[in-house]
Design a protein around this ligand. Sequence first.
Ligand code: MLT
Length: 360
Amino acid sequence: MRQGQGIEPSGRAGAPRTHTRYRAAAMLAAGALILGACTGGGSDGSSGADASAGGGEAEGYPDAQITVVVPFAAGGPTDTVTRLIAEPMAAELGVEIVVQNVEGAGGTVAAEQVANAEPDGYTVLMHHIGMSTAPTLYPDLPYDPTEDFEPIGLVTEVPMTIIGSPNFEPNTMEELLAYVEENIDEVTYANAGIGAASQLCGLLFETATGLDLTEVPYDGTGPALDDLLGDQVDFMCDQTTNTAENIQSEAVKAYAVTTPERIEALPDLPTTEEGGIGDVAVTVWHGLYVPGGAPQEIVDALNSALLVALQDENVISSLADLGTAPVEQDRATPDAHAEHLQSQIELWRPIIEEAGVTAG
Ligand code: MLT
């Protein structure tokens, strides 16, 4: 893996930005309060004025605004999923929810921030598969994903797609593999930093092809996709929650989806197996967490609201449009989430070690 030279991730050269419905909404809503049914919804219908309430005490939880921390930039796939479920969760809990984007180091900056936050249920983390790869990628990781957090429940598992910029030469996976090999020093691959899903997919692509990509890191695949749409970077691997609409509108070149079978939202997009790199197989699971030590009542209250949100019609139809779905209810429990996290840490450790990739 090589770092890209001469491309400033934030250097957007006035490229046309084709924002999709969900991304545009997310960008607009960035930081905005997601109103819950303050009057009479959820707990005791209190005004929610006192943000410092709680302190581990579960009594009357929640009675203040909740912050959900997203480890990547606004408008990206993790942000999109978070904003979709936050609305029905806020309504169920009867308080306001605000989404705070804390970017950096492939998601580990945000996770560390939440690990050190008050375990009072007012600071929640949305994170993904990166929670399970970080312990191997970051030898000095300042938190333990299995000790310093209480899992609330899994949310969704999102397929990834390998896509290219509109004017990138290759049109098929076969052409992409040949072109990247022939132009390995020129071709650039965008990702959201070490620990990101887009970095993990890149690592699997390198392992499957033996190619050493020039990687250009961003604070999230939201801004990376903007630069790809503007031909500032050549290709990337990203979640359908960020790419589906640009693939459907043919705003980008699309090479493959990383699932064993083609997906309903993108029926014409071959799988990586069909493209001859079947080992590039990954879906991006997402889950919610609170700081370790949070009372069980708080975990239960958040989990109940999550279970309701995952059955919400708008959530189900929106995720379907974006190539995914909520997880089954029996997988959205704190225990199932904890088990999945542990099994994923064990799954990715040897693969990452084999690739010899670590941060720093
Ligand atoms: C994002 O929301 O930007 C992505 O989840 C980043 C990634 O993990 O590739």
